[in-house]
Design a protein around this ligand. Sequence first.
Ligand code: ES4
Ligand code: ZN
Length: 342
Amino acid sequence: MNPVVNLDDYIKALPKTELHVHIEGTLEPELIFELAQRNNVSLPYASVQALREAYAFTNLQSFLDLYYAGASVLITEQDFYDMTMAYLQRAHADGVCHAEIMFDPQTHTERGIAIETVFSGIARAVRDMQARTGLTSYLLMSFLRHLSEEAAFETLNAALPLREAYGDIWVGIGLDSSELGNPPEKFARVFERCRELGFRLVAHAGEEGPAHYVRDALDVLHAERIDHGVRSADDPALVQRLIEEQIPLTVCPLSNLKLCVVDDLAKHNLADFLRQGVLVTINADDPAYFGGYVADNYLAVAKALKLSRNELAQLADNSIIASFLPIGRKAALRARVRAIAQ
Ligand code: ES4
Ligand code: ZN
């Protein structure tokens, strides 16, 4: 691609996957207000602006409290559809060719929403978007780690009858929410069951929690990909293992900044990881809350860490390698990255 093209256009032109995005974290304040009105839900904020101003976080938990409150406006199948479609359109504009989307059924079933409603609305948007644009998505049903393993089993059992209808896109299982005090071992049995069932496995680890949570996500849960994983840097032997085994990390730079996991993007260890050969990828996490979608995340780290265009292409390539796409589609997308990077 012509080198005079600006950096933002270059980033958007790179074919990318997005592997770490929580669909409930894509709910923009405007849509929260619209859905609240549509569903007669009252919000403790006077305006969209007042809600946005509340997005000043000190750690993961301070964010999660607002994230779960925001999700309380989601009631109908159409609400889940509208949220998902808004995200997919935005991802498409950023040059995302494939998304692997986490969703948290427990956030909704605990409020009395049927799990079918959640699956149906999200999946219908995924299918419509694929038919319209070719942007594909997979779904990663995620367990909330602040709840019990028994609750995770109940969620799995409630979802399994839906596998027939949604198994083509529901390919995997994730683990999210409050990390500290909720180690991977807590979910060893339910992850084992999911593995037997043939699901692909991912888990958040090493966001706020220690490096040994990353080890345990790999060894106890058999996670194939680590969400965040930035605290792996505290354990050089673990970093060597990530490199040798090419275990992907789905890093979310603006999330790390907003949740005070790093105090300055210029100090983010993503560039060190990349240059050492760790299979790092860039993702948005909860873009409505953290101030940017995936291309914004690429652009912010490109500037803060002075990444070269080749390094940005490497990150896009990593995102394809680290996805759960079949090898033929990976090869086609990687060829498009190479064509743009030259
Ligand atoms: C999350 Cl940033 C983050 N960490 C853990 N769990 C989450 N759920 C939604 N966003
Ligand atoms: Zn996350």
